[in-house]
Design a protein around this ligand. Sequence first.
Ligand code: ACO
Length: 325
Amino acid sequence: MKIFARITGTGSYLPEKVLTNKDLESMVDTSDQWIRERTGILKRHIAETYQTTCDLAEQAARRAIDAAGKRPQDIDLIVLATTTPDKIFPSTACLVQQRLDIHGCAAFDVQAVCTGFIYALSVAEKFVSTGAARCALVIGAETFSRIIDWTDRDTCVLFGDGAGAVVIEASEVPGILSSHLHADGAYETLLHVPGGVSRGYNMPDAEGDPHYTRMRGNEVFRMAVNTLGRIVDETLHANDMKKSDVDWLVPHQANIRIINATARKLNMSMDKVVVTVDQHGNTSAASVPLALDTAVRDGRIRPGEVLLLEGFGGGFTWGSVLLKF
Ligand code: ACO
C-alpha cells in the first residue's frame, strides 16, 4: 500500500521586537506609504541580539509537535531550511535536535533561501513516503536581519525574522500529493550575499558590503511572477487537477504584488489566498510555514482541503508542494 506523508501539526514563532515602517523612516530615506504600496508590508519582527535562528526554530518546532499531539521523542527526522544558520557547523537542525532532547535521528539543514521550506518539505516527504522515517519535523527559520544592510533602503524595508514548522507523519490517506523543485544558478548575482566562508569577505570590487544581501529588485520581481505562474501550471498538470480544485494558495510572502499576480494566474479570489506578508515582511525560508500556521490556527484551513504551497528565492530556486490537509 502506498504511504503518504501528511501534515499533522503546524507551529510558528515571531520574535517580540517589532520594526514598523514608521521606524524605518528614521533609518533610511523611505516612507510608510512607499513600503505599503510597493510591497504590502506594514511591519516586521526582528530577533534580539541574543536570539538566534535556533531559538526561533525551537519555539516553532515545539508548537508544531504539540499541535500534532506528539512528544519530541516521537520525531525520527529533522530537516531545517535556513540561510542564516547559528554556526558554520553543526547544522542548525542538530542544534534544534539537542534543544528538544532528541538523540540519534537524522538531522540536517537545507539551503534554498526563500524556497528553503518547500525544498525541506519535499525532501522530508521522500523519507516518509519510502518508509525511511515515520514522523518528521520540518522547519523554516531565519534571522535574515543579520544579513541585511540597514542603511540600504532597497533591501532593508523588505525582510524580517521568524520561524515556522510542521510535523509530517506516515499515513494511508493522502497528504502531500506532489512536489516540484527547480533551480537555475545562472541568476546568482541578481539576489545574493557576495561574501562567504570559502570566498572570504575581502572583495574591494564587490558592490557594497559583501556581508549583506544585494538584490536587483525589479528583475527579481519579473522573474518571480513569471516563474510562479509556470509552477502553478506544472503542479496542476502533474496532478490532473483544475485551478478550481485548489482550496487555498499558501505563497511565499515576499511582496503582495507578486502574490496578487500568482492568484490572478490561478483565477483565485484573494480570500482564498493566505497573506501574512503585511505582518512580518519577507522571512525567507520561514514565510510559507508562518502563513500556513496562521491560517490553520485561525480556522480558515480545514482538514481535507487542497493547498498549493509555493516559493521563489535566491539561486534562483523555486518550487511548489500540492497537498491535502
Ligand atoms: N523607499 C522609497 N523609495 C524606494 C525604496 C524605499 N525603500 N526602495 C527603492 N525606492 C525607489 C527607487 O530608488 C526608485 O526610484 P527612482 O524611480 O527615482 O529610480 C523607485 O523607488 C522605484 O524602484 P523600483 O525598484 O522600480 O520599485 P519596484 O516597484 O520594483 O519595487 C521591490 C521594489 C519592492 C524591491 C520589488 O522590486 C520587489 O518586491 N522585488 C522582488 C523581491 C522578492 O520577491 N524577492 C523574493 C526572493 S527574496 C530571497 O530569496 C531572499
